[in-house]
Write a protein that binds this ligand. Structure first.
Ligand code: B12
Ligand code: SF4
Length: 374
């Protein structure tokens, strides 16, 4: 195992580590505009910054809004990796490792595909950073970085800090009013990272008072709750929405398609200023929905659902799963939506034989080529 003991010294003589956190450039599809790169900052890196003790120096480089300088010599490089940034991440990691600088990677892709990812870094963080980041830093200082970090005990979300927004130049982004209220999802769609065996099952939410404090810290009444599924725990969603009442917010979020069964939540959303919902419709083909375990989606209910949401004064942003093209043949339904997006998705991650992990690279290629069709 390589040993790294290169630590800078502060003026007080205390060991200080310079941690350079990198968000690699996204892959642009033919229909993407340059705005995609500037949309919002990488929250994961701002959370990592907040988890880092203050004696260390943290810098964030988001390659989507600035040039990445590979000539510098930080003590540790941390890269957040998603499916579409994996190739670029491996290039960046290679450049720093060639200089003997340790590279740790984390995020959704290394979590879902640890075998593929591990060969590209000195250390890999599987799952959440909160329980292990202090160990990673201590091991770097001791020159004893381990190949893999992860915790089998999920944190409660009162343990996640507020993002350290001062690490980035907010003016470079289109919106910096983002937050998450929870992690996980009760559904098990086969292509979603939430179905990975490497993530805790079920849903965890931040305490309501923490969400309110985070909203207050954003100093904006217009916020984006960038969660996977705002209604993952309907009882919690109701509680949070009651707390939203006095705030006079304008807000946006994502929900699963079973939102149509929760009229009271839709009413509360309208009352509290929700203006748009992002929903994974994925396919118009019931067999495809069944095959991907997207059991909460009913093709025959899509039109009523969209009408109902529109009736509540909210826009619908529809996502389809990469590889399913049935939407293209349905202009009648497409006219309902505010936007239609395609997502990069994994093969069956619920496959506990590991076949899903091993075929991730092939899947990325297949999905990337199908993305260019929409
Ligand atoms: C905000 C967001 C965006 C923003 C990106 C803003 C940005 N600069 O990051 C925008 C709108 C631009 C966007 C675009 C896209 N997105 Co997006 N996006 C999200 C969203 C909603 C939130 C991400 C987030 O900030 N989460 C909060 C942070 C705190 O959680 P986290 O990232 O998991 O980080 C934790 C751990 O993973 C870990 N960690 C993460 N990174 C690192 C790094 C290190 C070194 C360590 C130690 C730990 C670590 O520590 C963190 C704290 O525990 C997620 C869904 C979600 N809820 O996560 C989808 C999601 C990440 N997006 C997704 C997709 C598909 C895309 C697009 C490819 C869509 C498209 N077709 O164009 C593009 C690609 C953009 C890109 N590569 O970044 C998928 C990714 C699937 C995948 N397998 O990678 C997700 C998961 C949605 C989904 N369920 O399908 N997206
Ligand atoms: S409903 Fe959405 S977030 Fe939940 S498992 Fe399915 S794709 Fe993932």
């Amino acid at each position: 195992m390589p040993k790294y003991g290169r630590t800078s010294q502060t003026t007080e003589g205390m060991a200080e580590v310079w941690i350079k956190l990198i968000s690699p450039k996204v892959t642009m599809r033919p229909m993407d505009s340059a705005f995609k790169m500037q949309m919002s900052p990488p929250l994961a890196l701002l959370v990592l910054g907040a988890l880092t003790p203050h004696q260390h120096k943290v810098t964030v480089c988001d390659e989507n809004i600035e040039r990445l300088d590979l000539r510098d010599n930080p003590d540790l490089v941390g890269i957040t990796v998603k499916a579409d940034t994996a190739s670029r991440s491996w290039d960046i990691a290679r450049a720093y490792r060639a200089k003997g600088i340790p590279v740790v990677i984390g995020g959704i892709h290394p979590t879902a595909c640890p075998e593929e990812s591990a060969s590209h870094a000195d250390a890999i963080v599987i799952g959440e950073a909160e329980p292990v980041w202090a160990d990673v830093l201590a091991d770097v200082q001791a020159g004893e970085l381990k190949p893999s970090y992860g915790s089998s005990t999920p944190i409660t979300l009162d343990q996640t800090p507020m993002p350290r927004w001062e690490l980035i130049d907010k003016k470079r982004y289109l919106f910096t009013n983002t937050l998450t209220i929870g992690r996980g999802c009760p559904w098990h769609c086969s292509f979603c990272y939430n179905s990975s065996p490497n993530l805790p099952k079920g849903y965890r939410a931040k305490p309501v008072e923490n969400v309110l404090a985070e909203i207050a810290s954003l100093k904006s009444r217009h916020v984006m709750l960038i969660d996977d599924n705002f209604i993952a725990d309907p009882a919690y969603a109701r509680q949070l929405l009651q707390a939203f009442r006095p705030l006079r917010l304008t807000w946006h979020t994502a929900v699963s398609a079973d939102i149509g069964q929760h009229d009271d939540i839709l009413d509360l959303m309208t009352e509290t200023g929700c203006r748009s919902l992002f929903i994974g419709f994925e396919s118009l083909n019931p067999a495809s929905l069944r095959a991907t375990n997207k059991l909460q989606n009913r093709r025959e209910k899509y039109e009523d659902l969209v009408r109902k949401i529109h009736g509540h004064g909210m826009m619908v942003n529809a996502r389809k799963y990469g590889g399913f093209v049935a939407f293209l043949a349905s202009p009648g339904l497409m006219r309902f939506f505010g936007a239609l997006g395609t997502s990069l998705s994994y093969p069956d991650l619920r496959d506990d034989t590991g076949a899903g992990h091993n075929s991730a690279r092939a899947s990325r290629k297949r999905v990337a080529s199908s993305c260019s069709m929409v």
